[in-house]
Design a protein around this ligand. Structure first.
Ligand code: ADP
Length: 620
């Protein structure tokens, strides 16, 4: 009994782009959630590091105070200040120790987040419908899988590390500062963030302006490159003046932007240079006032150090903000893909389902279909086709008629916009994916092999507990290879079925690859086999060997075979021949019957092929 776990439904394009409304930031935090224990440990190290760092100016100030006091009282000896000095050393050691452990923890957290994100993305990519791949550039997908994922993971771990470090450092520094002087702390806290914020803002604007000028320069260079690399054409058509004008136009824009940058630069440099000093002057003015009232030199020194740390913290917070914005950009793109709902939702594989038995009756019923990449161009226009159980049906016709599309629909790679596809009178969308792959197998026109052994290629996709995997070389594998006319050539290879085929099967010839792909389709003992006969030129011997394999299959009685056939010998053996033209079946019947039709489509095709063979023979 076939398990129908969930009906595969066609969803609207809008809903396919829909991703849940969880904000990206929450998704990012969810990405880190499984490592919360490690994060907690990292946070402990982080607090230790920040407190140790914040202790440093305090210990420094203590050492100086002891030295100055000893000097003033005339009791200064080495032993007087070794105590506070060793405290200073201890604080430095603790700071280094905790910082390094904290850094290591965050590297591990980043790597784990990167692995998790890539796994989620890859899993989602494997589920996407073929229409998605038709309409999305491979480069874009791989860039999300590599660059964007890396950026997200790096930025998340780096910024969580950086942000928490800065905040803890800020709090610790403020505590120490408050313990010295509440008044001074207040003044510093009022001026420092303002200075840091303004400097960053102006700096950011300058950076944007600089990027725009670079872009203009790049545009000008592109014009020059195009013109110079096609100089013969430019000269032939007298395009020099036009090119010169285009080049100048871009240079002019570049110059305008640079002039604006020069004007802004005056203000920028002024702000950048004067503001921090203004802030410092304000704080120092207050320090001076306090000194008048007896603030000691060591305290003053400690305070200046704390002030520097505070400055650094606020600058870091501004950087973190920019980084987080960048990371969010990448993360939004990645999460859009991770949470993308495929147009055809494959029902979940049901490994526990019992063995599937169907007769193998296939039907396309009044099917209308256009590819997602070209929805405006109908490919199948109300096509109906019946394939009886155990029969061999050949689809023939001129290129572009829609034959391979029929095979793709039988494979459930796409879903028709109108009409339906049936297997044993049941909508194929009702079968769960594990049952479906057991029942329906396919060999595509240019089969893809994977970079592993021949045996593994034949067993590709079968679960670990499948009977065909029971022995090193199970009879099922050999039987499939024999039927695919591959056994003999595999046996002749040095490592037999353990021969590695290289990436995408490069170490095998085209014909050998096809025969292995046929064996791969057969090892599951499918009730339905879909075959897209290769049109690519194979050498005569390879073609003969593949043909033997295909003829073996067409002769099988216990399997429905639908084949996009290009060779007369295949077609002749078929139980039914369907001529597909312009998205419909224009003629169907047996070879002998169709040949009787004086002006039939099939007869014309056969005549054309015979003429072609005749011409080739004459040429040879
Ligand atoms: P045949 O197998 O009869 O040569 P196909 O079924 O391969 O024809 O193609 C039918 C039409 O669909 C052709 O016009 C082809 O360009 C178009 N087509 C095929 N595959 C795609 C695709 N993935 N995206 C968009 N159009 C496609």
């Amino acid at each position: 009994v076939l398990h129908s776990t969930r009906r595969i439904r066609l969803q609207s394009d809008a809903s396919s782009e829909h991703s849940s409304n969880k904000p990206t930031l929450r998704r990012l935090l969810a990405l880190l959630w499984p490592d919360r224990v490690l994060l907690g440990v990292a946070l402990c190290f982080l607090i230790g590091a920040a407190v140790s760092q914040a202790m440093l100016p305090h210990c420094l100030s203590d050492t100086l105070r002891v030295i100055i006091a000893g000097q003033a009282s005339g009791t200064l000896g080495v032993s007087t200040f070794t105590g506070p000095l060793s405290n200073l050393l201890l604080a430095a050691l603790a700071g280094a120790f905790f910082s390094s452990l904290r850094g290591a923890c965050f590297i591990v957290i980043g790597a784990r987040a990167s692995v998790r994100l890539r796994k989620q993305l890859f899993k989602s990519l494997l589920k996407q419908d073929l229409g998605f791949y038709d309409t999305t550039k491979t480069g874009e997908i791989t860039s999300r899988l590599t660059q964007d994922c890396q950026r997200v993971a790096d930025q998340v771990s780096f910024n969580v590390n950086f942000f928490s470090r800065t905040v803890v450092e800020l709090v610790a520094t403020l505590c120490f500062m408050l313990s010295y002087s509440a008044e001074l702390t207040m003044i510093s806290f009022a001026t420092v963030p303002v200075v840091a914020f303004l400097s960053k803002k102006v700096g950011h604007y300058m950076q944007k302006l600089s990027e725009a000028t670079q872009q203009r320069l790049a545009d000008a260079n592109a014009v020059a490159e195009e013109a110079l690399s096609s100089i013969a054409t430019v000269r032939t058509f007298g395009g020099e003046a036009w090119e010169e004008q285009r080049f100048q136009c871009n240079l002019l824009k570049f110059y305008e932007l640079e002039s604006r940058r020069a004007k802004v630069y005056v203000g920028y440099l002024f702000v950048i240079m004067i503001l921090p000093h203004l802030g410092n002057c304000l704080v120092l003015f207050q320090i001076g006032r306090l000194c008048v009232h007896g603030l000691s030199a060591p305290t003053l020194l400690a305070f200046v150090f704390y002030l520097q740390t505070l400055n650094g913290c606020f600058n870091s917070l501004a950087d973190i903000y920019t980084n987080i914005m960048q990371a969010l950009g990448s993360a939004t793109r990645v999460f859009a893909l991770v949470h993308r709902k495929p147009n055809i939702t494959q029902a979940a594989a049901d490994p526990g389902s019992s063995a599937v038995k169907v007769k193998g009756h296939l039907e396309l019923r009044n099917v209308y279909f256009s590819y997602p990449a070209h929805p405006e161009r109908p490919v199948l226009k109300g096509l109906s086709l019946q394939c009886e159980p155990g029969s061999a049906v050949a689809l023939v016709g001129a290129s572009g008629g829609g034959k391979s599309t029929c095979i793709s629909l039988f494979q459930r790679l796409y879903e028709p916009q109108k009409g339906a596809v049936f297997l044993d009178q049941r909508d194929i969308m009702d079968y769960d994916s594990s049952s479906f792959t057991e029942v329906v197998s396919a060999v595509n026109q240019e089969p893809v092999l994977f970079g592993c052994s021949i045996r593994e290629n034949i067993l590709y996709g079968l679960p670990e507990d499948h009977p065909a995997r029971s022995n090193d070389l199970s009879p099922d594998v050999v039987q499939a290879a024999c039927l695919a006319n591959a056994h003999r050539f595999v046996q002749r290879m040095a490592d037999g079925y353990d021969t590695e085929v290289g990436e995408r099967g490069v170490q095998l010839s085209g014909g050998q690859k096809q025969r292995i792909a046929i064996a791969r389709a057969l090892v599951r003992k499918p009730q339905v086999l879909l075959l897209d006969e290769a049109t690519s030129a194979l050498d005569a011997e390879s073609e003969l060997q593949v043909q033997i394999a295909i003829n073996n299959l067409v002769a099988q009685q216990d399997m429905t075979v639908v084949i996009v056939a290009h060779r007369l010998s295949t077609v002749q053996r078929a139980d039914k021949i369907c001529v597909v033209e312009g998205g419909v079946i224009v003629e169907q019947g047996r070879h002998a019957d169709l040949l009787q039709k004086a002006d039939g489509h099939y007869k014309r095709l056969v005549d054309q092929q015979l003429k072609h063979c005749h011409i080739l023979q004459n040429v040879n």
